[in-house]
Design a binder for this molecule. Sequence first.
Ligand SMILES: NC(=O)c1ccc[n+]([C@@H]2O[C@H](COP(=O)([O-])OP(=O)(O)OC[C@H]3O[C@@H](n4cnc5c(N)ncnc54)[C@H](O)[C@@H]3O)[C@@H](O)[C@H]2O)c1
Length: 335
Amino acid sequence: MNGLAVVGCGHWGKNLVRNFHELGGLRLVCDSTASGQQTARRLAPEVRVVDDAAQVWDSNVDAVVIATPAEAHFELAKAALQAGKDVLAEKPLTLTYEHGAELVQLANERRRILMVGHVLEYHPGVSRLLELVNSGELGSVRYICSNRLSLGKVRREKNVLWSFAPHDVAVILRMMRGMPFQVAACGGAYVQPNIADVTVTHLLFDNGVRAHIYVSWLHPFKEQKLVVVGSKKMATFDDVAKELVLYDQHVDVRDGEPVPVKDKGTNVPFGDDEPLRLECEAFLRAVRTREAPLTDGQSALRVLKVLQVAQRSLITNGAPVPLPIEAFSLTQVAL
Ligand SMILES: NC(=O)c1ccc[n+]([C@@H]2O[C@H](COP(=O)([O-])OP(=O)(O)OC[C@H]3O[C@@H](n4cnc5c(N)ncnc54)[C@H](O)[C@@H]3O)[C@@H](O)[C@H]2O)c1
């Protein structure tokens, strides 16, 4: 392999630069600003730094990682694929489903790897939670809720739904192994006109499962919590406290009366590998083996579809938007 380039060395891209540098694959970093270039030189002193993505397409690197703001993902990923590079693009893959579909088609035509940085799908805590769900430990899944709240980086090019919720949507779709048949979203824009700072999105699945996703970058404290309520047990994954807790609790109905059966919860251990490191390794593995990674273009497209219908609902103040019922087979990848 001739190595890899990272385009965009800002707040998040610097983590990708660090990881790929440590993994030994990094040959080139591109950032259009002096501060981004300076960060790259500090993190990877012996790696070539350029200011124009055209120099990346002209180079002999095999693979490109795109960590620019989302509005540039489509054009950059398209140019990279056209130049014959494999691509890992940060989330969201693109800002429309149609652009995402165009990239997936292009990657298929050119037989290139296309992957999206849905890093939560590589989180050892989430992998463990999915194992618990898939093994039937929780019984059948009934309800999921995911909160991603902070006083965070307020974006100008996309709202909080497109900025934060890709992670939650990606994990929920993986857990449900299917698409919701209806999506409804409400939200409020307080900092900038028409850019929602807070949204609540409801996903309805055809087996009666509901999921809600509450995201905000206008919140007094940081919370990243995923709750899964099953017919037998419940589980919470807290990405701030780094805890996965299994509760052997449910509600029984005795003599027609609902009776809660309570339990203080048991901590479930999980690996402490950095999720982004696992994501970077997955990309390098896909480039090497030519096998689709866990978060391939198709999985990115499913997330974009949900975000796009949620966005449609958001602008009509929560009117439910239907989707065709669709199950899918998941890319099976050993992490
Ligand atoms: N996976 C995650 O958890 C996670 C977390 C944060 C951000 N992100 C994603 O990472 C991406 C970058 O976000 P960020 O917070 O680092 O943004 P940022 O604004 O801090 O950094 C973006 C960098 O890209 C550079 N850039 C912009 N256009 C360029 C171009 N055409 N060529 C070369 N360089 C260019 C900028 O100079 C800047 O240094 C976004 O897509 C965001 O959604 C993902």
